[in-house]
Write a protein that binds this ligand. Structure first.
Ligand code: PEP
Ligand code: MG
Length: 917
């Protein structure tokens, strides 16, 4: 039996690859992203300090066995260490020529800063003495030593970091210096002595240091912040972390040394330009922590030109190798460049799109790869609010910082993560989390906040990375901002802002404003996004329509690439302030003539709305759905009415003049009348009551009026040269006879109007499928319907028997927390239940009527996972809110590619949708 290999040297990446049959994803799963990439860089000949990786399997075994290394793992560590010693010519624990090691976490998916790291392992008092002699640099050696004890103390021994920070702060004050590296060596020596007192369990034995550090990294996989992060980022909890153990190289060996982090392209805009921060004479954590003011990487070109050009060359090489923008850590030790890490760079949505599109132009990836590389959620960010120009112009500007994650955010200031989370989650307040800098422990607050503001840190600081990943607007490194966490206030010059005050931040420009500014949604005119969506259009098979009730929505939807309207909810037009009294009169009417009169008043209003829709969607289909909700929704609530009636009756007893009596009496009579009507219309279960087609059947005049409005509008637009394609849709059908009756009324009225107008308009007659009985009898229904549109809001409600209005606040949340349901079925289609009904209805409907048009207009039409199901079911289109249209275009293309079934689409031309802006 061959024993398990728990440890792979960086130069053994071939073996790791062989062990998993050449599957690079699995190499990443085994060695973690960091370990796999260190191996890959070694293989590519990039200068990487030698080292090895303890696998994620070892971590999982360690955690499962309650903290015991698997058999043979520690021996393999020792063996790998010997090889590293041989290649570096140094020895671990040897005071004459010591090898120092770093010990870093690295899971399959990057979790920046969420797990632990220990640097400078291998130092103790003896090694420090020998190392000082060897390097002749006591300052550097003691600086490294104090870092080791502090990191080991907090990470491995679980001591509070403040204990160490307080000592450092006192010494900085005593020595009169600003930063730790400036501390004179006498202070460093004293600090080390004090650190030893704080951490008496710090082990002298370097091997013990290494073993304990490795264990601490393993355990950090299950730390709270790592779990929180995984929950938020949707990373599985059973992957484990690998540990990469690597020869230390030192960026803190003087002015010909340094360390930095850089992205191969600009992570905010996507511009093809190296971007990053570095520090001379420093170790890595100084840059990432954001505690020292870093220098932009461009300065390295003047400070150390050779290093800069070598780095640039390596960055390009790595990008070409991975076909992805890279996020790299480097160290320069006495004029020698080392790469310590590379990974795919996190980026804003804008950068993701631009990089993908430009990499196609550079021949690095195909159009299809570019389409797959951008997530539908990233497209969503293009539709994120911005501050309106008027509101910005009159705003009280406080300061400017680095614009690290775009979008406008407005909220009240909260100075810590717990408070930010509480205010946001429990009190439903909009919060901006403000911190000097953020740490991994702050992630829950950042996620709950609308936006993030920090006084320190650069583009690669923790705050910037996390904000970008989760699409939270963020401004960091606002130098004028002073935060007093004790007094719970912050100051910008002499402007004081207290916790709980409103501020606004603009992550696109870096501006910070006092008070709450108005926001607006921008047009998506980003040229790279246009290009990418154009490619997506060429790959998808589903058309994308929009749910739009007003001409302005329809215009926006078309600008976003909608290929028609999939749903107009005509009742929404009834709710408008000036129309409601007429609608109420129509409902209250006591005689047919009274009702007719009210309907005649509504007719021109509906006609003009429909005309606007047809014009906005010239040449494209427009589905207009006849009125859906129960009539009592248009009347005042029963309780309110009773209360008001009671108070008017009381007033009547107090009225003294005749005029007063007349006035109050009129009100009483009107309210009594209304109450009688409201009571007559009241239903215990209105969702299952007189709504949808049932209303149309009860009030055929209402159907006639709506049909007349549709056809008068269509004829008018056609007469003036427009190209109209109305599709009239009946809601909530459950029985074919309902459709038969409505169709008769509709056809007669449509014919009448067209004859009056002297114009023929082609139209389709169809129905929503939103009741299981309709899905089950789809074949019969298709005899009368020329199209189906799945109303999955109601279909989910009726298939599950869960009220769509109440469930999301109640037990459904509990169901998801308990894992009874994996997902909210009102957000993502329930594949096994509702999906089956859809499949059956589509197949049986098309069997009965070949060419039957089938689409979806429930909220699921804008949800990427549901769009994938719609693709699978062979639907013709999805319809969603105008703001989801660009997302749906991309999601539909991705669904087609994933299913191995990319376009070109048959019916309508992608060019139409692609020609935006
Ligand atoms: C549906 O039920 O999915 C639908 C689109 O109709 P409404 O939401 O208007 O009931
Ligand atoms: Mg419905």
């Amino acid at each position: 039996m061959t024993s398990t290999k728990w440890v792979y040297r960086f130069d053994e990446v071939d073996l790791a690859e062989k062990a998993v049959d050449g599957d690079w994803e699995e190499v990443r799963g085994l060695l973690g992203g960091k370990g796999a990439n260190l191996g890959e860089m070694t293989r590519l000949g990039v200068p990487v300090p030698p080292g090895f990786t303890v696998t994620t399997k070892a971590c999982l075994s360690y955690l499962e066995d309650g903290g015991t290394f698997p058999d043979g793992a520690l021996d393999q560590v020792t063996e790998a260490l010997r090889t590293v010693e041989a290649s570096t010519g140094k020895r671990f624990g040897d005071s004459a020529n010591p090898l120092l090691l770093s010990c870093r976490s690295g899971a399959k998916f990057s979790m920046p800063g969420m797990m632990d790291t220990v640097l400078n392992i291998g130092l103790n008092d003896d090694v420090v003495a020998g190392f000082t002699e060897l390097t002749g640099d006591e300052h550097f050696v003691y600086d490294s030593y104090r870092r080791l004890i502090q990191m080991f103390g907090s990470v491995v021994l679980g001591l509070r970091d403040e204990l160490f920070e307080n000592v450092l702060e006192r010494h900085r004050a005593e020595a009169g210096v600003e930063t730790d590296p400036e501390l004179p060596v006498e202070h460093l020596r004293q600090i080390v002595a004090e650190f030893h007192q704080i951490a008496p369990r710090f082990p002298d034995d370097p091997f013990e240091q290494l073993r304990l550090a490795t264990e601490a990294v393993f355990q950090s996989w299950n730390g709270k912040r790592a779990k929180d992060y995984r929950n938020a980022a949707g990373i599985a909890h059973d992957l484990g972390t690998a540990v990469s153990i690597q020869t230390m190289v030192f960026g803190n060996m003087g002015d010909d040394s340094g360390t930095g982090v850089a992205m191969s392209r600009n992570a905010t805009t996507g511009e093809d330009r190296i971007e990053g921060d570095y520090l001379t004479n420093a170790q890595g954590e100084d840059v990432v922590a954001g505690t020292r003011a870093t220098k932009p990487i461009d300065e390295l070109a003047t400070e150390m030109p050779d290093m800069f050009s070598e780095f640039k060359e390596i960055a390009r090489r790595l990008e070409h190798h991975y076909h992805e923008m890279q996020d790299m850590e480097f160290t320069i030790e006495h004029g020698k460049l080392w790469l310590l890490q590379t990974r795919d760079g996190k980026r804003t949505a804008q950068a993701a799109v631009r990089i993908a599109v430009e990499q196609v132009a550079e021949g690095l990836i195909s159009q299809q790869e570019a389409v797959m590389r951008v997530s539908p959620e990233q497209v969503d960010f293009f539709l994120h609010p911005q501050f309106s120009p008027e509101s910005r112009a009159s705003a009280h500007w406080l300061a400017g910082g680095l614009n690290v994650s775009p979008g406008a955010a407005v909220g009240v200031v909260a100075f810590d993560a717990d408070l930010a989370e509480r205010w946001a989650k429990e009190d439903g307040r909009q919060v901006i989390m403000v911190r000097p800098e953020t740490k991994p422990d702050d992630v829950h607050g950042m996620l709950a906040a609308e936006g993030i503001l920090t006084s320190r840190g650069g583009r690669t600081s923790h705050a910037a990375l996390v904000a970008r990943q989760f699409g939270k607007p963020a401004v960091v490194g606002v130098a004028e901002l002073e935060i007093d966490l004790n007094a719970r206030v912050m100051t910008f010059g002499d402007q004081v802002v207290a916790e709980g005050d409103w501020i606004s931040i603009d992550g696109t420009t870096g501006d910070v404003y006092l008070e709450a500014l108005d926001t607006m949604v921008p047009d998506i005119e980003d040229p790279w996004l246009m290009e990418l969506l154009g490619w997506a259009d060429g790959l998808r098979r589903l058309d994308v329509r929009a749910n739009a009730d007003y001409p302005a929505d329809a215009e926006r939807a078309r600008a976003y690439g909608a290929q028609g309207i999939g749903l107009t909810r005509t009742e929404h037009m009834f709710f408008e302030a000036e129309r409601l009294p007429v609608v109420q009169r129509m409902i209250m009417a006591e005689s047919p003539s009274e009702r007719k009169e009210a309907l005649e008043q509504l007719l021109p209003l509906q006609r003009s709305d429909f005309e606007g829709l047809f014009r906005a969607m010239d040449g494209l289909p427009v589905i207009i759905r006849l009125i859906d909700p129960p009539l009592h929704e248009f009347l005042p609530a029963r309780n309110d009415l009773s209360k008001s009636l009671a108070s008017h009756k009381f007033l009547l007893t107090k009225a003294t003049t005749l005029a007063e009596i007349d006035e109050v009496l009129a009100q009483v009579e009107e309210e009594e009348h209304m109450l009688t009507r409201v009571e007559a219309l009241h239903e215990s279960n209105p969702m299952l009551g007189t709504r949808g087609v049932r209303l149309g059947i009860m009030l055929p005049d209402l159907t006639r009026m709506q049909v007349r409005a549709i056809f008068e509008a269509a004829c008018e637009v056609a007469r003036t040269g427009g190209d109209v394609h109305p599709e009239v849709m009946i809601p909530l059908t459950s029985h074919v006879n309902e459709l038969k009756r409505q169709r008769e009324v509709l056809e007669a009225e449509a014919k009448l109007v067209m004859e009056e107008q002297g114009i023929e308009v082609d139209y389709l007659f169809g129905t929503m499928i939103e009741i299981p009985r309709a899905a089950l009898t789809a074949a019969e229904i298709a005899e009368y319907a020329e199209f189906f549109s799945f109303g999955t809001n109601d279909l989910t409600q009726t298939a599950f028997g869960i009220s769509r209005d109440d469930a999301e606040a109640g037990f459904l949340v509990h169901y998801m927390q308990e894992g009874i349901l994996d997902e909210n079925p009102f957000a993502t289609l329930d594949r096994d239940g509702v999906g089956q009904l859809m499949r059956m209805a589509t197949e049986n409907g098309r069997a009965a009527r070949p060419g039957l048009e089938v689409g979806i207009c429930g909220e699921h039409g804008g949800d990427p996972a549901s769009i994938a199901l719609c693709h699978e079911l062979g639907l013709d289109y999805v319809s969603c809110s105008p703001f989801r249209v660009p997302i749906a275009r991309l999601a539909a293309a991705q669904a087609a590619v994933r299913a191995g079934d990319p376009g070109p689409r048959g019916s309508s031309s992608p060019a139409e949708a692609a020609s935006l802006g």
